[in-house]
Design a protein around this ligand. Sequence first.
Ligand SMILES: Nc1ncnc2c1ncn2[C@@H]1O[C@H](COP(=O)(O)OP(=O)(O)O)[C@@H](O)[C@H]1O
Ligand SMILES: O=P(O)(O)OC[C@H]1O[C@](O)(COP(=O)(O)O)[C@@H](O)[C@@H]1O
Length: 315
Amino acid sequence: MIVTLTPNPSLDRALEVDRLEVGEVNRAHGGHLHPGGKGINVSRVLVRHGVPTLAVLPTGGADGARLVEMLAEIDVPTLAVPLADQTRSNLTIVESSGVTTKINAPGPRLTPDEVDALLAALETQLRTQPGALVCAGSLPLGAPETFFVQVAGLAARYGVPFILDTSGVPLTRAVRQGGLTLVKPNDEELAELVGRELTTVGDVVDAAREVIAACTRAVLVSLGAHGALLVLADGVWWAGGPPLVPLSTVGAGDSTLAGFLTADGSPGDRLRTAVAFGRAAVLLPGTAVPDPTDIDLDAVRVVENPDPRLALKEL
Ligand SMILES: Nc1ncnc2c1ncn2[C@@H]1O[C@H](COP(=O)(O)OP(=O)(O)O)[C@@H](O)[C@H]1O
Ligand SMILES: O=P(O)(O)OC[C@H]1O[C@](O)(COP(=O)(O)O)[C@@H](O)[C@@H]1O
């Protein structure tokens, strides 16, 4: 059983346009509505691939109720903590070329009691000793910057491996505190975390090793069209395939993480699966998540100890 926590879930709305004209009236020729938020997307993928999961999330207002209904319709078990404020909607605009523009709302403001209720709900699940806890996405207003530090403390108390996919100050605070099993940044989030530009494979590996020294056993760095790198204390693997023209990149990182969690075997095999899931996600519209039939492991090449001098763009 994998428990996910999404502190700031969303109803994801996607609109398809030929070309986005900023400052003009744009007419969409298609649209999609999906339940969203990073932990929720991980749970959605896990359900599709037969892995038991439960999504913990705060919800408020009509959109919050709709989100829980949509998750029930696709058999994603949820533990929803009620909020006085409204669940957010995030908007994605996808151009025919595949260029994706995302506008993420800040989300509701949680009261201190609601933050405590969310942590208490999570603790009820951690007591059952799930196989892992995945915390993912941004924090809503009102949640302290140390929210994930508190979550790490709870996970440690119950001996549950803690996997984190977030960014900015909440990521920095969690990394400083330690006690993580896996961190999943993209290259930009990792660059922000270590405070320098990352242009080569060696740059990413050095940055990931700093993160390992500080707080975690593994770092899975997604690189958009250039695949992903998995860095452990004793090894580095890259996996990727031919670039794709995305239908929507929203949820690709979440599918990547879910793919890694579904996979068994060697680190290279698990990375291959992760990248195959991410690639499958970009070929689906909106925040749709891949089915087993969408996954093409053969399209993904894995390289152990990739050349550190290679530019990320050359991968
Ligand atoms: N244009 C693309 N072509 C092929 N694969 C892609 C493309 N964009 C994303 N992916 C796949 O999706 C994964 C996650 O994408 P990325 O943008 O790095 O995640 P995030 O959403 O976390 O920023 C990548 O590791 C890659 O496997
Ligand atoms: O919590 P954040 O950082 O605002 O991100 C939330 C958004 O990210 C998503 O989870 C997609 O994430 P990825 O594209 O990184 O996989 C959307 O479903 C959601 O709208």
